[in-house]
Design a protein around this ligand. Sequence first.
Ligand SMILES: Nc1ncnc2c1ncn2[C@@H]1O[C@H](COP(=O)(O)OP(=O)(O)O)[C@@H](O)[C@H]1O
Ligand SMILES: Cc1ncc(COP(=O)(O)O)c(N)n1
Length: 518
Amino acid sequence: MSLLSTTLAIPAATPFPNPSAAALTAAGRDVPRVLAIAGSDPSGGAGIQADLKSIAAHGGYGMAAITALTAQNTRGVTAVHVPPASFLAQQLAAISDDIHVDAVKIGMLGDAEVIAAVRTWLEKVRPAVVVLDPVMVATSGDRLLQESAEAALRNLVPLAHLVTPNLAELAMLLEEDVQDTWEAALEQGRRLADATGTAVLVKGGHLQGSSCPDALIGPAGMLSADVVEIPGERVATRNSHGTGCSLSSAMATVQAQVGNWEAALREVKPWLAGALAASDVLEVGTGNGPVHHFHHIRKALRPGDFTAQLRKDADVHLEAIYALDFIEGLASGTLPENEFAYYLAQDAIYLNGYSRVLARASALAPTEAEQLFWAGSARQCLEVESELHRSWLSTRTVRPQLGPVTKAYVDHLTAASASGSYAVLAAAVLPCFWLYADAGKALHARFLADGEPAGHPYAEWLRTYADEDFAAATRRAIAMVDDAARKASDDERQAMATAFRQSCRLEVEFFDAPRLHS
Ligand SMILES: Nc1ncnc2c1ncn2[C@@H]1O[C@H](COP(=O)(O)OP(=O)(O)O)[C@@H](O)[C@H]1O
Ligand SMILES: Cc1ncc(COP(=O)(O)O)c(N)n1
């Protein structure tokens, strides 16, 4: 039988009805309407279930006309039920009578009547993108196509623009022996493309060895080269259930978007490798499990999650602060006066630098409310600084020299402000609010619990610590950092956490500096 005799001229692309600028990309549809004509796998890893996930994972609108029902799981197929082909024809008609189909993916067809119904529909509708995955047997080895229907499937190939056989299916389509070398498989792919006028995606999934290449072979002149090979490493997993279904649906979807088979495969192959690599997290079944179609989608951060993690990171530093001689001396009143004076002088210097950095946060802030918050805080720092000089430092003799820890802390904050990232800067300035507010609250509570002892040398200072306005400002700063983290990329979130932890360490050192440097 000649395959060429059944070759039909398929237009490369058909115009879209009522194209709107928003719906079209340079090459095709932004959200293509993709129809999977395939069997159902109730365990969700292959068949239309995999097709719909794969279409959605690539930004398409998925539809499914079911050819057959299977009873299967990751271990195998226990039953197949093929409804009357006339009912499939009704499903297909219902779709195309109403909906423009941008791309079609064809999977399990079951028997010759089903193939005939699909053929009739394709000849009538002529979708612009048709990908045929010539499903014969499941990964488990169970048949999904009657042997008697193989000839009908062969004759369907010319109606597709791309056919995606694995090594066994490639051999069946040519009525040849199954090849086990890549070179021989590529030669078979070339023969199939030449005989059918259909592009062939030869898949290396069933090869031995550590590499897992795929290749596109087009009829003469269709691709940029005779063979476009996309190399790939084999992912060490037995979770390959549904890889062929997922690949072919993804190819149909991306082709409808970009209009270029090579570009589509370059996009889809790494995605599929990622889906195989991430498959273990699914823990579905005890056999050949499914792939993780949505592995590339970042889980949204819930409000409060990021700063809750920061808070956990900060706990160890807060404990370190409570354990310092400086804090114990301040609380009990035994802190040497020269250490307290050093602390005040460094605080004044620090606040001046901190104010400049907060002003930068205001300049970078994404909303006016945040801009106002940071600008107000910057102003308040300068007011506190001048108050320190007026009341606390005017009566003390202390050298107003920049200490090493103060310098390190201000340098760190200035570097964060130079990063250009509002989120990173906001995270870097947060410990000065958060740890200071917490440490101050604890010191104040202890002072009250001790009965506000008369003659305590630092009583007046300790009383300044229970400021509710500062606690409220701290809560707002935490909320702003959390909000910024939710909008940030993974890398930026990491940089935020790093900057935050460094500021926490410097908070500890700042409270310990009077002991070391006064
Ligand atoms: N272990 C693996 N590592 C990486 N890619 C794989 C692996 N197994 C299959 N693939 C890829 O999955 C797709 C399906 O390939 P294959 O297993 O040959 O077909 P089928 O699923 O139809 O039997 C191909 O793109 C192939 O390269
Ligand atoms: C309904 C249905 N369609 C197709 C396959 C083949 O998928 P795979 O060979 O990737 O397991 C399957 N197992 N079930």
